[in-house]
Design a protein around this ligand. Structure first.
Ligand SMILES: [Zn+2]
Length: 413
């Protein structure tokens, strides 16, 4: 790693403080300078990684790790110690992974941010990961998530109807929670009664009744669902459908005529059927209860101030053609300017695949159709799969072609 590849300008306060050397007692901690800088740079995580020469300081911005600064062993060690003291961790390095946390606010009177600190012993020394724990971002309208008009229409139709499941599918970090919370926000505006059952409740949402699964006191998904149904909700949100228990809890909600929202790990929309079968639901149960699937990924948004038009690379076009896709005529690439801290990207947007189940889909599921048959029927109906949505966003200059390729969605039917 060369010195030039470090984006020092992301950490101006810390750089200045390290260059000035350790000031006498009473000065602001270098750890606070680093947090100040990280917050300004919109980082979600800060990593202090030891190596032979010292420490690499890295930030995670818009989901991607960025090398920000090098510190020597003394400086890096001092930062690690400051964070460990703040997080009430034992300052003596240990072979066991340790986790702690603390609250911090940039200015007095500002709302405090909760930070989680994890210390892991690596062969080159002690590595620290510091995470800003913030509630998921929500939007005023589902269209702002990056969902097209057609998909948004399907979601609104689902909201108006009752008694079926809406599942948001994708891997970890695909923005599923932001989508669900944005939907919750929309429901809040209607005169409906919404209850959530979460394990655990990570963030409280004003105006929504939230119940936390508490296994020690006998409140599991099954008993939690029974008690929340007595509250007579219109919509129920259960965080993640991840095992047989939560899958059956979800089923009991829709069987009783209420609408259910949840997330599920799956590569794409039709993959949800396989996941539900693996969780022990029968084809009949899936067919009768599943109403809508939103599959998604996140890509970085090109900085609108410095993006440059560029013809797509020939190898990319050939590859797209080989999998039966029409390459975009024109694409855009990241450059970097002061508005985006030289990164070329700023913020993220969702790439979506929205499957509103039609009667023919229900019939196919009952016939135990596999994923490729279900996907083919979606394509025949003209539904945009994730790759097509990503390519359209690349052509429109919202993101780069490289970002679309990186999201790792299913590439052909
Ligand atoms: Zn820019």
């Amino acid at each position: 790693m060369t010195e030039e590849s470090y984006k020092r300008h992301l950490l101006p306060a810390l750089s200045a403080q390290l260059e000035a050397g350790q000031t006498a007692g009473g000065a602001t901690l270098e750890a606070f300078a680093l947090l100040d800088d990280a917050l300004r740079a919109r980082a979600t995580d800060v990593h202090l990684d030891p190596d032979r020469e010292g420490y690499r300081i890295r930030l995670r911005i818009d989901g991607r790790m960025v090398d920000a600064l090098r510190a020597d062993t003394t400086q890096g060690g001092r930062l690690v110690n400051q964070f460990k003291v703040l997080a009430k961790l034992n300052p003596v390095p240990s072979l066991v992974t340790a986790e702690g946390g603390f609250r911090w606010s940039r200015d007095e009177g500002e709302e405090q941010i909760h930070l989680r600190v994890t210390a892991v012993h690596c062969i080159t020394g002690e590595k620290l990961a510091i995470r800003f724990l913030a509630p998921p971002r929500t939007f005023d309208d589902i269209v702002e998530l990056g969902i097209g008009e057609q998909g948004a229409l399907g979601i609104r139709r689902w909201m108006d109807a009752t008694g079926s499941m809406l599942l948001v599918a994708g891997p970890t970090g695909a923005g599923k929670t932001t989508t669900l919370y944005t939907l919750l926000g929309q429901l809040q505006l209607t005169d409906s009664h919404v209850v959530t059952l979460e394990n655990p409740v990570e963030f409280s949402i004003p105006g929504i009744n939230q119940i936390q699964v508490d296994l020690e006191h006998g409140l599991d998904f099954a008993s939690g669902t029974r008690s929340l149904l007595r509250l007579d909700p219109d919509y129920v949100l259960i965080g993640e459908v991840r095992d047989r228990e939560s899958a059956h809890a979800a089923l009991s909600v829709t069987s009783s005529g209420r609408s259910l929202m949840g997330t599920l790990h799956s590569r794409d929309a039709v993959g949800v059927i396989t996941s539900m079968r693996q969780l022990g639901l029968t084809d009949g149960e899936i067919s009768a209860n599943l109403g809508l699937v939103i599959a998604q990924r996140l890509v970085r948004r090109l900085c609108q101030h410095c993006r440059e038009q560029a013809a797509p690379e020939r190898s990319d076009c050939e590859w797209l053609e080989a999998i039966g896709q029409v390459p975009p005529a024109l694409t855009w690439r990241a450059k970097g300017c002061p508005q985006c801290d030289g990164l070329g990207f700023r913020g993220r947007i969702g790439v979506f695949e929205i499957w509103q189940l039609a009667p023919e889909d229900h019939a196919r599921i009952l016939r135990h159709a596999d994923e490729s048959e279900l996907r083919r029927s979606l394509l025949e109906r003209g539904v945009d799969l994730m790759l097509a949505d990503g390519l359209a966003k690349a052509e429109a200059g919202i993101t780069s072609l490289r970002e679309v390729f990186r999201m790792g969605a299913i590439l052909s039917a």
